[in-house]
Ligand binder design. Structure first.
Ligand code: HEC
Ligand code: HEC
Ligand code: HEC
Ligand code: HEC
Ligand code: HEC
Ligand code: HEC
Ligand code: HEC
Ligand code: HEC
Ligand code: HEC
Ligand code: HEC
Length: 333
């Protein structure tokens, strides 16, 4: 909360928040002198560009409209909080126009509706950057600090490609069980991966893309939520973190040397099946012989080939992630 307040105040002082600039003059009756020209004055709307009655004007024409817009849905969200000074409907707030921008011209009868107001739609006359700025005016802080470095920003994804502000069914992307539906609208390959026989239970609603990814961007490759890939995995698979007595080098290095993160047709989301998986790094030639006693005694007495023919290396080397057994050096117990 504090962070956001500070950010907001900072933005107001800097005058970077062109949309909020009039709010400042209304709320504090202060001259706009404290808002130096971050944008040319002509770009910044004046008080007369806004409707005089705010939401009441808009709601006169826009009541319940059905499929994608619902006035009452908006009033159930945090944006409609009347006690919150930072919120569009808080004291001195610009209400609908805090997001949609100045609407006097649009609200005038007989105006060319489509070209006068920020609809947040892809076919809008406004660029993605302009549409996002309406949101970032208030939301630059906290988890969006990575936004300007994100793949999503660079790919011109809009805030409102993911967020629905007054949809009758609410903002699906904020619900863990529905988030992936939203992501899958663009990420078809990942949708297919999560349908494979071995996959993380995202489709089942038990986890979400945002358990591993920062949707607003991060400095980590793949917009991962944690500083490294392995740390991302350890948040849930703490048992694989170690330290172990006998480490298996690739495990500590990078889980994705053996696993796909989303899903695979192979068991345990492996990216290849053993023995091929193991043979990417280990030569099967000259596999050391095994003791001539014991259950694992190979029929031919221990030449290399049998280990591959026997199928899975993991039949014997069960501790692929490392071993804590005093004699587990060969990852067999
Ligand atoms: C006099 C009636 C009237 C008033 C007042 C009015 N609107 Fe509209 N608005 C319309 C009509 C009609 C459309 C549909 C125009 C179209 O689709 O071409 C529309 C469309 C819109 C759209 C969608 C634009 C698009 O490109 O799809 C938005 C967003 C919108 N209005 C917001 C507002 C806001 C915010 C206010 C208050 C500042 C407001 N309207 C006031 C009549 C009104
Ligand atoms: C917090 C930002 C925000 C506020 C406040 C807000 N809207 Fe919107 N509005 C949006 C976004 C974003 C969309 C695009 C569709 C969506 O994401 O739900 C939208 C879409 C619309 C549409 C077009 C719906 C369509 O599909 O044609 C209308 C009309 C509209 N808003 C009217 C209003 C009115 C009236 C108010 C005030 C009562 C209001 N909005 C307040 C963000 C906002
Ligand atoms: C006038 C300032 C303002 C504008 C403009 C604004 N928001 Fe917000 N938004 C807020 C405040 C305040 C909250 C509540 C924060 C809290 O309580 O932690 C909020 C909350 C949210 C939340 C969280 C909702 C929840 O239920 O937890 C989302 C998502 C969001 N805004 C997205 C957007 C998007 C997308 C836009 C642009 C279409 C936008 N906001 C425009 C002020 C604003
Ligand atoms: C790729 C989809 C996506 C895009 C694009 C996106 N968001 Fe979000 N947003 C999410 C998801 C998922 C959550 C909930 C999980 C989380 O917080 O990481 C969220 C949460 C939020 C929240 C509430 C929680 C918080 O972090 O404070 C706000 C506010 C918000 N987003 C604002 C924005 C704004 C502003 C933009 C545009 C600059 C934006 N989002 C773009 C997916 C997205
Ligand atoms: C409107 C379309 C759209 C939506 C919705 C969307 N994305 Fe993306 N996403 C993209 C585009 C475009 C890229 C960049 C090109 C690519 O890698 O496919 C991208 C890239 C990514 C990347 C790769 C980042 C990198 O740096 O390699 C991740 C991770 C990602 N998105 C996660 C998500 C998640 C999680 C959601 C849902 C919360 C989501 N996306 C929703 C369009 C979208
Ligand atoms: C268990 C953690 C996890 C979950 C859950 C997850 N991802 Fe990923 N995702 C990763 C990792 C790890 C990478 C690889 C990052 C790298 O490039 O090093 C990745 C990469 C990506 C990429 C970049 C292209 C690619 O496939 O390498 C996209 C796009 C993506 N994820 C989207 C999604 C979407 C959409 C969801 C939810 C439906 C999702 N992810 C869920 C861990 C996860
Ligand atoms: C948010 C928690 C979470 C994160 C983060 C996470 N996982 Fe998982 N993982 C799970 C859950 C839940 C299961 C399913 C367990 C079950 O079904 O019993 C699972 C299962 C697995 C499986 C076994 C799949 C199977 O079919 O047997 C592997 C392998 C795996 N995860 C690897 C990873 C890797 C690699 C990462 C990092 C890229 C990662 N996980 C990150 C929660 C997580
Ligand atoms: C050298 C290859 C390799 C690496 C690297 C690797 N794994 Fe595995 N992992 C496997 C194999 C093989 C299996 C299947 C084991 C079996 O068949 O008994 C497996 C199974 C799993 C399982 C499901 C069974 C279990 O033990 O819980 C999880 C979860 C898992 N790995 C997580 C991880 C995580 C997290 C990392 C990174 C810290 C990682 N793995 C790194 C090879 C690897
Ligand atoms: C990405 C490369 C890589 C993959 C894949 C891989 N390993 Fe390893 N493995 C290594 C490295 C590196 C070492 C450490 C070698 C050393 O210390 O001399 C090692 C060590 C071992 C050891 C202990 C060797 C010793 O001398 O102590 C065994 C046993 C082993 N791996 C089995 C497997 C099995 C079984 C698989 C398949 C499930 C596998 N490895 C997959 C790279 C890999
Ligand atoms: C029938 C059981 C068995 C199978 C199957 C098996 N191994 Fe082994 N492996 C052993 C034994 C026993 C040792 C230890 C020999 C020793 O201590 O000198 C060993 C040692 C190793 C070592 C360490 C080499 C060294 O110089 O100490 C590696 C690496 C290894 N195995 C990899 C593999 C790979 C890769 C596969 C699959 C292609 C595989 N093993 C299949 C039993 C097996």
């Amino acid at each position: 909360m504090m962070t956001m307040n500070k950010t907001l105040i900072g933005l107001l002082l800097a005058g970077a928040a062109w949309m909020l600039a009039p709010a400042l003059s209304y709320a504090q009756a202060a001259p706009a002198a404290s808002a130096p020209a971050a944008a040319p004055a002509s770009d910044r709307p004046g008080p007369n560009d806004y409707t005089s009655k705010g939401a009441d004007t808009c709601l006169g024409c826009h009541d319940e409209e059905g499929a994608s817009y619902s006035g009452s849905a908006l009033f159930k969200t945090k944006h409609a909080q009347r006690g919150d000074k930072r919120a569009p409907f808080g004291p001195g707030g610009l209400q609908c126009e805090a997001c949609h921008g100045p609407g006097a011209a649009h609200a005038a009868k007989g105006s060319k509706k489509k070209l006068t107001i920020n609809s947040f739609k892809a076919d809008s006359f406004m660029s993605v950057e302009q549409r996002n700025r309406a949101c970032l005016t208030c939301h630059e802080g906290t988890s969006r600090t990575g936004w300007h470095a994100s793949t999503h920003e660079r790919a011109e994804v809009a805030c409102t490609d993911c967020h629905k502000i007054h949809h009758p069914q609410g903002d699906a992307v904020l619900a863990k069980t529905r988030e992936s539906e939203v992501c899958f609208t663009c990420h078809k390959q990942q949708r297919a991966d999560f349908h494979k026989t071995s996959s993380h239970p995202v489709r089942q609603g038990k986890m979400a893309c945002s358990d591993c990814h920062s949707p607003h961007g991060s400095t980590v490759q793949g917009m991962l939520a944690k500083p490294t890939l392995n740390q991302t995995c350890y948040t849930c698979h703490a048992d694989k973190r170690g330290p172990v007595l006998w480490e298996h080098a690739p495990v500590a290095e990078d889980c994705s040397l053996c696993h796909t993160p989303h899903g695979s047709v192979r068991a345990a989301m492996l990216n290849k099946s053993p023995p091929l998986l193991c043979q990417q790094c280990h030569s099967s030639a000259g596999h050391p012989s095994v003791p001539r006693t014991g259950a694992a005694l190979p029929a031919n007495g221990g030449t290399g080939a049998i280990f591959v023919i026997a199928g899975s290396c993991t039949n014997c080397h069960t501790q692929v992630h490392g071993s804590n057994h005093p004699s587990g050096a060969k990852l067999m117990r």
